[in-house]
Design a protein around this ligand. Sequence first.
Ligand code: ADP
Ligand code: GN1
Ligand code: MG
Length: 362
Amino acid sequence: MDFNIADICNGFKLDGKFVSAARFGTGHINDTFKLETTGNTYIMQRINTSIFREPEKLMDNFVRVSRHISEKIAAEKSVNPASRRRYLQVMMSHKDEPFFIDAYGNFWRCYIYVDEARTYDVLENSNQAFAAAKAFGAFQNDLADLPGRLNETIANFHNTPSRFADLQAAARADKCGRLKDVAPELDFIMAREAEYSLLLNELAAGNVFERTTHNDTKLNNVLIDDVTGEGICVIDLDTVMPGLPHYDFGDMVRTGTSPAPEDELDLFKVGMRFEMFEALLRGFLSTAGNFLNPREKELLPFSGKLITLEIGMRFLTDYLSGDVYFKIHREKHNLDRCRTQIKLAQSIEAQFDAMRKLNDSL
Ligand code: ADP
Ligand code: GN1
Ligand code: MG
């Protein structure tokens, strides 16, 4: 490893002296460490700068968003000591910057570890689904009056037609000779091309509106309180930027409804659990329902299918391109991930009428 966490610690104004650090979490992009000092527990992260090309701008977003939410919390009538666990408290470097660049050019950030809470790669019950969706909806609601426009950390992040074009280009190039393994997956994704521009068309027509959204609402990006079961803190703020509320709700359906992990090999285990969809929908509407217009609300079930297919095409693109984007831990890992997304999309299609009916009734 071309870095030493103990040295990185010295770059930040932290409480106490370095004790230990260990890799943490299951994220696909950054390197995350849980760090103990004699004074506190922190999360230390090395930002993947081949993906986030302008990390200073990213950290500017991060600080603006955390500050805005902390100000909202401070304005609440009954602020209790636990409120400091509801947003990420960014640590400053000795240069008074919210990041530190080490001797090897690695870009680091650090924030306080939120204790007595954890993330779930697979949700255990519908109460957790409700709590997580409520927290992500509240996050959008809190950011509705954020002054100015955030920096776009990755252009076209949820532009599904552009993601589809990337997949087609990767298939044409077939850089690693893997195209021969993926005909059924590619056919499935190609067959649904007409649906990929639906949300952007609605945006262009003025039926749905851009807001500040999280854009990576994988369910393991919200901390669930161990005691209360509430979604206590929204994390992983790298992609918070202008977007549609549907991107966030869609990714919750993608990651919160299946009883199996994103890279499950036994596809019989993958599928959309209707009760989890219902809990996500009710949880999201409990906090986001008041700012969505009727057409925006109507499109929520569709967003679950769209984002599942969009991430599926990104996994397939990465498989065809030689696994250059998402971290992989085994051969064909990205293809396995793509297959679960397709299975989940099939399951969503099979239950789509019931999803729509439920949404219309709320
Ligand atoms: P990645 O971009 O790699 O997904 P995340 O910011 O999501 O990185 O962090 C990875 C994991 O670390 C999270 O899923 C969560 O389990 C844990 N984590 C991150 N920040 C905190 C925090 N402030 N307190 C407690 N756990 C955290
Ligand atoms: C990545 O960083 P992480 O693991 O929370 C990715 C998301 C994908 C997700 C798929 C910046 O999220 O867009 O939906 O993997 N983040 C980025 O699991 O590309
Ligand atoms: Mg994450």
